[in-house]
Design a protein around this ligand. Structure first.
Ligand code: MN
Length: 229
């Protein structure tokens, strides 16, 4: 095959204990999936159906990276999240079968240009400029469910320059991983290579040039990124 512009390497995420990598097809994200975070964003903490937005596959950033401060924002926010990696195709997946579609789990950060997201929301416009920008999806290596089991509980936390910002438990998810897969697969046929960022707990806040961001989830290890000075 010849391409009219140079072909790029497919985006891929490392997998623990192997040289093989997980190729990324799409990145889906769940909005407001922890009640305390829904409250801090001025939303309704009641159990409304989950809603979704997307990031481009090449928004992923490897663990340990230093990123430039993004374009066009004065208010870059961190959102620590449990990420689900899908390895089996399916639409209208039943909750009881949902975990059969999960390859593994990772710790990710849904970087957000909160000022652009807020402006879009106020005008009823799409969130892409606030959410789907370059290098907006740092993600640590995936741990296969065959090694670590399925993640339904455990501490989820994030620190900036050693100072705790977000601390919660995955069991606080409004919509569990099987329920997220059920709802998402009613809208899109899930495919191998899809990632799902499952939402962030309370405590989101601004990060600045020079900051060191570290987060983790029990059983999945840690993610560490730096924003260039
Ligand atoms: Mn998020």
């Amino acid at each position: 095959m010849n391409y009219v512009v140079p072909m790029w390497s497919p985006p891929a995420v490392s997998v623990t204990n192997t040289e093989a990598v997980f190729p990324v097809r799409r990145i889906f994200c769940v909005g407001r999936n922890y009640a305390e975070h829904a409250r801090e964003m001025g939303g309704n903490p009641e159990r409304e159906p989950p809603f979704f937005f997307c990031k481009p596959a090449d928004a992923i950033v490897a663990n340990g990276s230093t990123l430039p401060y993004p374009l066009a924002t004065q208010n870059l926010h961190h959102e620590i999240e449990l990420v689900v990696a899908i390895d089996k195709k399916g639409a209208n997946i039943a909750r009881e079968q949902a975990l059969d579609h999960v390859y593994g789990y990772a710790v990710g950060i849904d970087l957000t240009r909160r000022d652009l997201q807020g402006a879009a929301r106020d005008k009823g416009r799409p969130w892409d400029a606030g959410k789907a920008f370059d290098q907006s999806a740092p993600i640590a290596p995936i741990r296969p469910a065959s090694e670590v089991g399925h993640i339904a509980r455990g501490a989820i936390w994030l620190k900036v320059n050693g100072e705790p910002r977000q601390t919660a438990d995955v069991s606080d998810l409004v919509w569990s991983v099987p329920e997220v897969i059920m709802h998402l697969s009613a809208l899109f046929q899930l495919r191998p290579g899809d990632l799902i960022f499952t939402g962030t707990p309370a405590g989101v806040g601004a990060i600045k040039p020079g900051d060191h961001i570290v987060g983790g989830i029990d059983l999945l290890g840690e993610i560490s990124i730096r924003i260039a000075p």
